[in-house]
Write a protein that binds this ligand. Structure first.
Ligand SMILES: Cc1cc2nc3c(=O)[nH]c(=O)nc-3n(C[C@H](O)[C@H](O)[C@H](O)COP(=O)(O)O)c2cc1C
Length: 196
């Protein structure tokens, strides 16, 4: 199965064909398109109707590179601390000066939460999935970039970005026009613990 490139597909087609895209055309998203994605994000369920999310859109490629360069050593250290370096996946590319953790996508949307109640992080992740599916329906590629989180949450990064201290970056998502097809990744069958 190939990753979705069809425009205006149904939600169920988007769920079945969405995949993480790591190769993008050098073409920027316009403001209207980004707005459609943000509007989809805020339709997510939200615990106690708190709507704790806030969004930051970065389309400045120089700034994206700066954040990527800051994130790489921090993420490599996180991997080392967590013992994930012993997994079958290789993270060696994080040491390469040429590697851009945002895969040269022209747009990064970061969903932040302001801790104001229960389940704020869950709300933000649900908003993230809405955004990702809305992008997929429009033929756009996305990828969650968890490796950017530690760098985004540094006080100096927040201050450079003009984000208040009490916000936490929860879901960084790159968005752009895919360059070519991406093979969809596999999934195990749902593990059902009980069905009574
Ligand atoms: C919380 C989270 C963090 C992720 N961080 C990264 C990342 O830093 N870099 C990356 O290339 N992919 C990242 N991904 C994408 C996953 O690698 C991807 O979703 C997984 O391999 C399944 O592939 P698929 O999305 O194409 O189905 C992340 C996904 C999630 C949910």
């Amino acid at each position: 199965m190939e990753c979705a490139t069809e425009v205006d597909m149904s939600v169920s087609q988007a769920i079945q064909t969405r995949c993480s895209v790591r190769s993008y055309r050098n073409e920027n998203l316009d403001r209207e398109t980004v707005q459609v994605l943000l509007d989809a994000a805020v339709r997510a369920p939200t615990a106690m109707h708190e709507e704790p999310w806030a969004f930051l859109v970065i389309q400045d490629r120089h700034l994206l590179k700066t954040i990527s360069d800051r994130a790489k050593p921090l993420f490599a250290e996180q991997i080392r601390r967590s013992g994930s370096e012993r997994s079958s996946r290789s993270f060696d590319h994080y040491a390469s000066p040429d590697f851009n953790i945002f895969y040269d996508a022209g747009t990064l949307i970061v969903i932040w939460d302001k801790p104001i109640g229960l389940f704020n992080e869950a709300d933000c992740w649900l908003a993230a999935e809405n955004l990702i599916l809305a992008a997929c329906v429009k033929g756009l590629g996305t990828c969650v970039i968890g490796s950017a989180l530690e760098a985004l949450n540094l006080p100096e990064t927040k201050s450079e970005l003009g984000v208040a201290d009490d916000y936490s970056a929860i879901a960084p998502i790159i968005v752009g026009y895919p360059a070519g097809e991406t093979p969809a990744s596999s999934r195990r069958k749902p593990l059902v613990l009980a069905w009574r």
